[in-house]
Design a protein around this ligand. Sequence first.
Ligand code: AMP
Ligand code: ZN
Length: 488
Amino acid sequence: MNLKIYNSLSGEKENFKPIHENNVGMYVCGPTVYSNVHLGNVRTFMSFDFIYRTLLFLGYKVRYVRNITDAGHLTDDGDVDNDRFVKQSRLEKLEPMEIVQKYTVDFHKVLDTFNLLPPTIEPTATGHILEQIELTQKLINSGFAYESNGSVYFDVLEYNKRGLNYGELSRRNIEELFANTRDLDGQHEKKNPQDFALWKAASPAHIMRWNSPWGEGFPGWHLECTAMSTKYLGEKFDIHGGGMDLKFPHHECEVAQGKACNGTEPVNYWMHANMLTMNGQRMSKSTGNYILPMELVSGNNDFFEKPFHPSIVRFNFLQAHYRSVLDISNEAMVASEKGFQRLMEALNLVSSFKFQASGSSSFDLASWKSKCLEALCDDFNSPILISHLFEAVNFIFKLKDGKETITSEDLEELKKLMHDFVFEVLGLKPIEENNNEKLDQTLQVLIELRNQARKSKNFELSDQIRDRLLAEGIELKDGRDGTTYSIN
Ligand code: AMP
Ligand code: ZN
């Protein structure tokens, strides 16, 4: 089946043809690790996780690169002293690299909670300073960049003079861009407001700094992705992804850097995932309209009436196509929870079915399978795939009620396909019984029995309960507010 991908560069769905047959090189812009990722960030990474899983399921060998931005991403006002890491490190009284470590660990933990597969390479900006300096030098040498006061800027006008068309990805007209740009970032240093930094000179207060031919400084954000994608995927690769909001200027600058360096479009298929909104507004830290992923899972928030398991959040996200805006709400989550439970019930049922008498069935397995594959191949259409899965769910319930039949061969295939689509491709996980809760309940019973023994002066028994628990690594502590325990 032919995979079709919506390419932001052409604005059309195109047949996917990888550069090397059966192999895919995919780069996705990763997080800027100066604070916790919010749920909106998770949606974008999950969209690409689903795309990655689908490519693997379709039989491609995928080199999946997702970077960690751990330097060089300035705050929105563009002030050099407002490096996000430096600013946060002052706030938290930590070293900038401690900030990086803290939020990288958090990022991995969050993505693991939502069952995202790790990329095959996860490079960091600070680990590729040399490559970024080399690219900057190359751009200076070829006349696409200029040095000014220890910083280096990409010369957008020069790029356009050579017929290279800055604005092609975001479909922006260069004259319009020049007219509408407020010059905040290095206003006295740039030839034109639209020029963007490849390298920034560090002010004396700037802690994250590296030596370069232009003095001490740090790399520009756009350059890191070009440096790392080129290093690991080549000058031209198959897929580049990121959130919609990165299309301009970040990805537009990546296109310009790639074309200026290598004389070729760096990416064959540009993919942009749409935003998560809450209360109808884009989720974003800067406006305060956000929820942290773990707050949704723990129920510790003001927006949702109860906690939601990560698999239900995942199911909710994948019920929307990656190119559609998704508004998260309590009602939608509750509906997703019901749908998810029915799906899991059907999966449990189908895996327990042993033998069914063959006979006529209204369910055409072969055409159902090809409809599911078609949905996947039609620009990774997860909501359509899910609607087909529910046709199978209804059929499975009818099988249970004896209203349908299936041959044992078809039953085996249905089991396998349902398993693959639900667990491998959608990446859903069954909700396990909460064993911690059970353990807590059991210990409370033991504590109560020990208290009763003490009350009736049966110290032999009460000591025995305490000592045997201790031998198992569970220590009881008697305090003013009663007995608590700790597990070692
Ligand atoms: P950042 O760490 O700010 O670079 O963001 C990481 C990723 O999350 C980028 O691909 C952004 O496009 C994406 N992103 C930011 N806000 C949202 C949102 N509200 N919904 C979906 N994706 C988002
Ligand atoms: Zn990037």
